[in-house]
Design a protein around this ligand. Sequence first.
Ligand SMILES: *Cc1c(COP(=O)(O)O)cnc(C)c1O
Length: 358
Amino acid sequence: MSLTLRVDGPRWRAHLESVAEATPGLVPVAKGNGYGFTNARLARRAQWLAERGHDVRTLAVGTYLELPDVAQRWSGDLLVLTPWRPWVPLPEPEVARRLVHTVSRAEDLRLLLDADPRARVVLERMTSMRRHGMSARELWEAGDVLRRHPGARVEGLALHLPLGQGNHLGEVSRLVNDYVAADIAGHHPPAVWVSHLSREELDTLRSQYGDFTFRPRSGTGLWLGDRGALRVTATVLDVHPVERGDAFGYRGRTAPKSGHVLVVSGGTAHGIGLEAPTGEQSIKARATTLAKGGLDAVGFVRSPYAIDGKQRLFAEPPHMQASMLFLPAGSRVPEVGEDVDVRVRFTTTAFDRVVFSD
Ligand SMILES: *Cc1c(COP(=O)(O)O)cnc(C)c1O
């Protein structure tokens, strides 16, 4: 009766171990909906990786509010990826001791160290992403602030790089050189915390900067990197035969031809089908969708539900927890209780259940 993420347990765990094995210093990221798994589950899995002997010492979360979900399930260090701001309260001592703040403005560093002179921090340098981070000059100011706070612990430089392959090296070298020039009295060896670098780029950087350690943060590639281990299913809740002209749904729409209306689990509450449905689209938008193959000749929008390997059409916009599909006459009609496949984005879907096979 639910939208379920089904995980081939042995295959998924083997993938996690192969990533951890190939990625020394790996920093698993657990944030948002936990990439579909929940952050609590990812924290336990990170703990498992560490206990299996992999070089996983820090778990990253997206925000301070996500810390309680992971802090008891993971015993190592915790990194918050969203930079600290002056209105963010500092956590209780047990968590504070393990916590590494991301600091992206020299002013925030001053205020944070006033509030907690022993805070652990990574200094974020602005990248071509232009999201958060200090300029070279601000990094230099941060060096000054740190010389006045000898109790602070600098865990390194953080860089958030755009997605893309093969061309980050020049940028990373330039930014690491800024860090060196700022003369930050930090942890030894200094660490560079990075995202979205390929294995080859990391190898090159490790050989170029032998006196630095590199700590690659990874979420998607780690948790979702082996799609073949994951399957999403919904349940067929009801099946109704319809003739051309029969009315159905909230809007009293009529069937354009004979077939079946299927009610399946999964709706807007799960993040299903947020694209504008046909009824609400302008003629132009509808023509565009039609041109892209999203709309069939009778005006239904393609849904993420697949039956017998074929993506099916929404009979009307998804409801809160269920969706209505139209199945034209001639297709095999699934039975009530049958599972059907759903193609969703894992990071935007709220699953009712995550089920592991073993
Ligand atoms: C989310 C995030 C990551 C992980 O990104 P993925 O693409 O899921 O691997 C790394 N670094 C930062 C700063 C992030 O916000």
